[in-house]
Design a protein around this ligand. Structure first.
Ligand code: GTP
Length: 598
């Protein structure tokens, strides 16, 4: 395709504002989907994504469109993941485009996450135009939202497109706007090759599939290529594009978006943000913006049944093939036995991986409460990176502990500002800014310890704002903090999987809450169960679960044996998630009690 007839664009939208539905309409309108495919949302590939309605992996499609000017255009839609955990992937996807379409729900208005992505697009000098979606809803207020977008985002919305992805309204206007407003790519097809890797995944037949945007040069089958950040050298086996099915092409040239298959074995070797060039006649320098992504949130994953250990390891290995940001290493816990310590980009990333393990790989898991990375300096001057309370040295050997801080931007309607500020203060937040975006919408910006966000902050935020607040955060730095290790003891045994690192001023409160929550979750057993919270040797809270033998069939007098059997079966199933600690059985919920503590 001639470069002047290529348009590379992406869709920026808050979760649920209709990005996937709209993308499907564009595919349909340009004839890329068959009838059968129309029934399924095409862009969200994985089953899990469909169920949760979240786009996890960026995916790109090529649309062929004959515009009103009579010319044929190639429109490359570069899909971006919509959640805060994937903001680096979003930035790489955006830098592969010349334009972006901002989709805003005409009933909901602009959200914090949308803003973060729009600012990213503005920073990268993309041409941005607005689409107000869901105008079919009775609650839609396109005129009010149009003014709001203009005021908050600062882009001209006088020609914003009114659309309903559901009813197919405004789709042609969108296609025309892409052709007319998004600039054609620049770049020289004869210069040394520079192609940006903006997504990669593992395919069991092809090996790693790499999605690229070519900025300069031309890439063909059989050529030797080099990945500039990782240094890997490979031979190109196939190049092509998704339409949305893969089609092979003879080459990809400057301006093009497509895939490369080059015998790469693991996604780690084709990292998002890396630049591909030729081994011979390479580009002098890589495209800007490459970053190593490091896991920031950690959690232990243990099989409920020890016999599943090997299955779990195989499943983790398969997931890792596809996800360079996910890491794991073996760990063992006195309480939970053999398992793995896993690293994630953030909480959403963690949840998705846990769910995929249970669902796709059929492994029953116990997961420990999430933690963050701490930098610990020992009295001997060593610097340790500590991801779990159990790795923390004894208190007398610690010189200082530093914890990660983030800059959290919360976007909230006026009426909920009070409770949001209170929550941020409770979570050791330091106020940076409160900005009235419109008469009714406020942006609250706090510096906060990530440690306070990984435990239920988002859920609390949603509940105090009746679901209206949205959160976005970026990493700031590490800061010295007074942190201690809080242990939980069951009948005198430390349950290592429940130990956590907390701020000194909060330890007492956390300990008391944790113990009383644990009490709710531990069923009565044949023995009395003592639950204690302690810092070092000092017990700060205690509670007891009284002994009782629970006879689930007691109520079933009369002779209905099938009913009795059903109850016993039910009790047995409940036991699947139990773990034996000394003589005490703990259910999975007890391990998650930490999450429920304020
Ligand atoms: P993520 O994939 O989570 O980022 O969400 P998304 O932005 O892709 O949203 P999606 O397309 O999945 O749409 C979210 C919900 O809004 C779905 O239930 C859609 O059916 C619905 N929806 C999308 N567009 C419209 C529209 O124009 N009108 C109405 N009434 N509903 C719509």
């Amino acid at each position: 395709m001639i470069q002047k007839n290529i348009r590379n664009f992406s869709i920026i939208a808050h979760i649920d504002h209709g990005k996937s539905t709209l993308a499907d309409r564009l595919l349909e309108a340009t004839g890329a989907l068959t009838d059968r495919e129309k029934s399924a949302q095409y862009l969200d590939k994985m089953e899990l994504e469909q169920e949760r309605g979240i786009t996890i992996k960026a995916q790109s499609v090529r649309l062929n469109y004959r515009a009103k000017d009579g010319q044929d255009y190639t429109l490359n839609l570069i899909d971006t993941p919509g959640h805060v955990d994937f903001s680096y992937e979003v930035s790489r996807s955006l830098s592969a485009c010349e334009g972006a379409m901002l989709v805003v729900d005409a009933a909901q208005g602009v959200e914090a996450q949308t803003l973060a992505n729009v600012y990213m697009a503005i920073d990268q000098d993309l041409e941005i135009f607005a689409v107000l979606n869901k105008i079919d809803l009775p609650s839609a207020e396109p005129e009010r939202i149009r003014a709001e977008v203009e005021e908050i985002v600062g882009i001209d919305t006088s020609d914003a497109i009114l659309a309903s992805a559901k009813e197919g309204i405004g789709i042609e206007a969108i296609l025309e706007a892409i052709v007319q407003r998004v600039p054609a790519p620049k770049g020289n097809p004869d210069a040394p090759l520079k192609a940006l890797t903006f997504d990669s995944w593992y395919d069991s037949y092809q090996g790693v599939v790499v999605l690229v945007r070519v900025f300069d040069g031309t890439i063909k089958k059989g050529e030797k290529i080099k990945l500039m950040a990782t240094g890997g050298v490979y031979e190109v086996q196939k190049v092509g594009a998704f339409n949305p099915h893969p089609i092979q092409l003879s080459q990809l040239s400057s301006g093009d978006v497509g895939f490369i298959i080059a015998g790469i074995k693991v996604v780690e070797d084709a990292k998002v943000g890396d630049t591909i060039t030729h081994l011979h006649n390479p580009a002098a320098e890589a495209l800007p913006g490459y970053q190593e992504v490091n896991p920031m949130v950690f959690s232990g994953l243990y099989p409920v049944d020890a016999a599943d250990y090997d299955n779990l390891r195989d499943a983790l290995e398969k997931l890792r093939l596809n996800d360079a940001a996910f890491s794991f290493e073996p760990e063992n816990s006195l309480a939970l036995g053999f398992g793995f310590r896993c690293g994630f980009l953030g909480l959403l990333h963690m949840e998705i991986i846990q769910e995929r393990l249970e669902r796709e790989f059929g492994v029953n898991l116990i997961t420990t409460a999430p933690t963050v990375v701490y930098k610990v300096t020992t009295t001997k001057g060593e610097l340790l990176e500590v991801e779990s309370a159990n790795m923390l040295p004894e208190i007398q050997f610690i010189e200082q502990i530093e914890e990660p801080f983030v800059l959290a931007s919360i976007h909230v309607p006026n009426e909920f500002v009070g409770p949001v500020l209170k929550l941020c203060i409770e979570r050791r937040g330091i106020q940076r800014e409160i900005k009235y975006l419109t008469a009714n919408r406020v942006m609250v910006v706090y510096e906060m310890p990530l440690n306070e966000i990984v435990l239920d902050f988002f859920d609390r935020l949603k509940s105090i704002s009746r679901g209206y607040a949205s959160l976005d955060y970026e990493h700031l730095d590490f800061r010295i903090s007074k942190l201690v290790r809080l242990n939980v003891l069951i009948n005198g045994d430390v349950v290592d999987a429940l130990s956590l690192i907390v701020h000194q001023d909060k330890a007492q409160h956390r300990g008391r809450d944790l113990v009383s929550k644990m009490k709710e979750f531990i069923p009565r057993q044949q023995y009395e169960v003592a639950i204690q919270a302690a810092i070092g040797n000092k017990v700060i809270a205690r509670s007891t679960v009284k002994a009782l033998r629970k006879d689930v069939t007691a109520k079933c007098y009369g002779g209905d044996i099938t009913r009795k059997r059903k109850l016993l079966e039910k009790q047995k199933a409940g036991k699947k998630r139990m773990k034996q600690i000394g003589s005490v059985e703990l259910p999975q919920e007890a391990f998650l009690a930490i999450l429920k503590v304020k």
